[in-house]
Design a protein around this ligand. Sequence first.
Ligand code: NAI
Ligand code: AKG
Length: 526
Amino acid sequence: MSKVLVSDPIDQAGIDILSQVATVDVKTGLKPAELIEIIGEYDALMIRSGTRVTQEIIEAGTQLKIIGRAGVGVDNVDVPAATRKGIVVVNSPEGNTIAAAEHALAMMLSLSRHIPDANASVKKGEWDRKTFVGAEVYKKTLGVVGLGKIGSHVANVAKAMGMKLLAYDPFISTERAEQLGCQLVDLDLLFQQADYITLHIPKTPETTNLINAKTLGKMKPTARIINCARGGIIDEAALAAAIREGKIAGAALDVFDSEPLGESELRSLGKDIILTPHLGASTTEAQVNVAIDVAEQIRDVLLGLPARSAVNIPGLGPDVLEELKPYMQLSETLGNLVGQLAGGRVETLTVRLQGELATNKSQPLVVAALKGLLYQALRERVNYVNATIEAKERGIRVIETRDASARDYAGSIHLEATGSLGTHSVTGALLGDKEIHLTDVDGFPINVPPSKYMLFTLHRDMPGIIGKLGSLLGSFNVNIASMQVGRKIVRGDAVMALSIDDPLPDGILDEITKVPGIRDAYTVTL
Ligand SMILES: NC(=O)C1=CN([C@@H]2O[C@H](COP(=O)(O)OP(=O)(O)OC[C@H]3O[C@@H](n4cnc5c(N)ncnc54)[C@H](O)[C@@H]3O)[C@@H](O)[C@H]2O)C=CC1
Ligand SMILES: O=C(O)CCC(=O)C(=O)O
């Protein structure tokens, strides 16, 4: 049974899902050295923002197949190091969207009305109504930096509160911004005009210290900044100075350059600053959502299935993935089969998507074909993450083609592998209840479901040949489960596909090719 380590607190709903397929150890608060010491035992690691998964930890995770981040940001995971080792990194892109958006909105209102300090004052026994006079958000301008999932929800609610909305996000369209009631503007204009600025962007080289002494200098003295995105987007020293000097009115921060927040001037700015300990996702609902979302993906990957929100493989929406999953399995099976037929080193793999599949996203199907192709060489070390890199490193040239006119089956995949021992091709489709069928081998039409052990022969279509092969296999105690011949013309060349119950004993292939009329024989394990 697989083993999963959960190294940050996650909801029991996630543990229950993981327990369906794995032994789950929950060990929170581990020091890096302690994690390095034990990570080698585990197939999967599930974290929140508390665990920093460094290259060292990834190197020590010799069995690791997947790292699951129960949340959005994966900046606490060395994703390139994981990718190099073929480890899938998954997150929960939407599970805590509402929680984070509501936290940002709560921060904005709390900051405007000094709620935290007023509350603390009353709890101390005071009744001070003068100090805590606030400002309304109604008819004020909110500048949303990053109009993704969280930024969009914030914009929607802020619009309902009567705020005027400006947005800056270089990666979204004017139409999308307009749908959300936002005017898309450049950053300078947003800084100059906004009464409130809320950040909903990832931390990247471009966004690091986006809010600095210079940009703070462009803002209104009444401006307030909310950061529930990532620490490091704001230069904290510059922000503290700007508030202290009255260059802006205040800030509400949930995230910090270094967490937990240590000694910091930010703590001494009174009612003009609100600080929360990275609570954006800390709602019961969000924690259930992210735990289930990520645990399901870990379960799927441990069962050999693709993950729906992997950050280091081609991104696919859950709907698309659901539709594509059976075809990915088809493509992988065909890749494995054609790799074994080709035998030696494959130099070129041609992937042709046919019929209805011709209009589909090809990248996941190509990756799946490569995963299958490389399986014999790399076994469990090849996966959806590293298949492309591994193929590239082996110098395998990949050609993608499409043929929408191929109409034998609704959608089919044709793979052709050319290598040191020649060229072989296979085609497959999903029939009936999405069952994989091989529909062509080396240009000969067949219709067989693949089985674990198979034998393929290339022979002359002539009387007696099937009987001779059957007797030969019988003499080696090999039981044939099914057999089919594919031929183009009577008494011409033909292919025989046999499903057998056990692997072929050593030496039998040579005997098979000695049968008059049989030119070649290939044994395959799928
Ligand atoms: N405080 C907390 O507990 C939580 C924080 N977060 C953080 O919130 C942030 C936003 O998350 P989502 O909305 O889910 O992400 P998202 O990916 O849906 O949206 C991010 C948006 O930022 C935009 N963007 C990227 N680079 C930009 C740039 N240089 N300038 C302006 N816009 C840029 C993107 O186009 C995208 O629209 C992330 O940093 C995430 O880690 C998310 C959940 C909880
Ligand atoms: O796990 C958490 O509480 C932090 C959430 C977060 O920051 C994120 O999802 O990006």
